[in-house]
Design a protein around this ligand. Structure first.
Ligand SMILES: Cc1cc2nc3c(=O)[nH]c(=O)nc-3n(C[C@H](O)[C@H](O)[C@H](O)COP(=O)(O)OP(=O)(O)OC[C@H]3O[C@@H](n4cnc5c(N)ncnc54)[C@H](O)[C@@H]3O)c2cc1C
Length: 257
């Protein structure tokens, strides 16, 4: 096996019997190509495919601060999700700073207080906004090219669903492709892989991600006490906790062959 670190794929051509890639370090020829090159996939563009996206009315705002949030909020865990009727947020500790991530309806002002903190009192070192969008490629299998991860689908970042889905894409694809290359499965297994993963995105990932985005805008405050009580009940029961974590990791949507 050859690994070319730092080589950039510039274009790909499906010649029928093989797939050819022009890269920054020369030309490569292979039986199959796995396009896991992210949301702006060069491979996708090179094959003339597009990932049509709809942008949500909410966007994410990330605030980077060097203030010690764990000292300002004693007992704060390194990864904390705060559900609050006024402004939910995530607080994440990185090696040299903290991140506060908010979801805001576009056009609405940034709140002054978040998680009991006055934002103007913090040592803010940067602010970054990014749009939340949803889009799924019509098919993940095009001739000898197999699309996985963000190259095949983008969804709201809420709950880590899209990244999780991408990991499941490639674990399943790795097994399937190994079987095809070893001759123990026919190439039809790749088409089945593509349909399987596409169905998981359409039937599970997109609806779950939409439910989280919609919850930010409408009715979350009213539903919050019941949701927190339900989570407490799950956390008090080992069996229910395992089932919840398996679902959150999408292990319940992983129908490998
Ligand atoms: C600001 C931000 C916040 C996010 N927050 C979350 C979150 O909280 N939860 C969550 O689940 N997801 C989140 N995501 C999305 C998450 O990061 C992606 O779903 C995940 O990283 C996708 O993995 P991937 O491997 O498919 O693509 P990528 O992580 O984009 O990796 C693609 C790789 O391909 C390489 N590449 C690209 N083009 C070429 C080329 N032409 N030739 C060779 N190599 C190439 C890139 O260098 C990169 O290494 C966030 C994304 C952003 C931008």
């Amino acid at each position: 096996m050859v690994v070319r670190f730092g080589a950039r794929v510039e274009s790909v051509t499906d010649t029928g019997p093989a797939i050819e890639a022009r890269t920054s370090s020369g030309r490569e020829r292979a039986q199959y190509l796995v396009a896991a090159d992210g949301a702006r996939s060069t491979v996708r563009t090179s094959l003339g495919l597009s990932l049509r996206r709809s942008v949500y009315p909410t966007h994410a705002l990330r605030i980077f601060t060097r203030s010690p949030l764990d000292e300002l909020l004693p007992g704060l865990a390194p990864v904390t999700y705060i559900r609050d009727p006024v402004q939910s947020c995530s607080l994440l500790r990185l090696p040299d700073h903290w991140r506060i991530v908010l979801r805001l309806v576009r056009g609405e002002p940034v709140p002054q207080r978040v998680a009991g903190l006055q934002l103007s009192d913090l040592n803010v070192i940067g602010v970054h906004r990014y749009n939340l969008a949803v889009g799924v490629l019509g098919a993940f299998h095009h001739g000898r090219v197999l699309f996985a991860g963000d190259a095949a689908h983008v969804t709201s970042t809420a709950g880590g669903l899209n990244m999780n889905a991408g990991l499941h894409d490639v674990v399943d694809l790795g097994r399937t492709l190994a079987g095809v290359l070893a001759g123990s499965a026919s190439s039809a297994a790749l088409a089945r892989w593509a349909r399987r993963r596409h169905a998981v995105l359409i039937d599970h990932v997109v609806p779950a991600s939409e439910a989280r985005v919609v919850g930010v805008q409408d009715g979350e405050a009213a539903r919050l006490p019941a949701a927190v009580a339900a989570l407490r009940a799950i956390a008090a029961d080992d069996e229910a906790t395992r089932a919840y974590l398996a679902k959150a990791s999408m292990l319940d949507t992983n129908p490998c062959e």
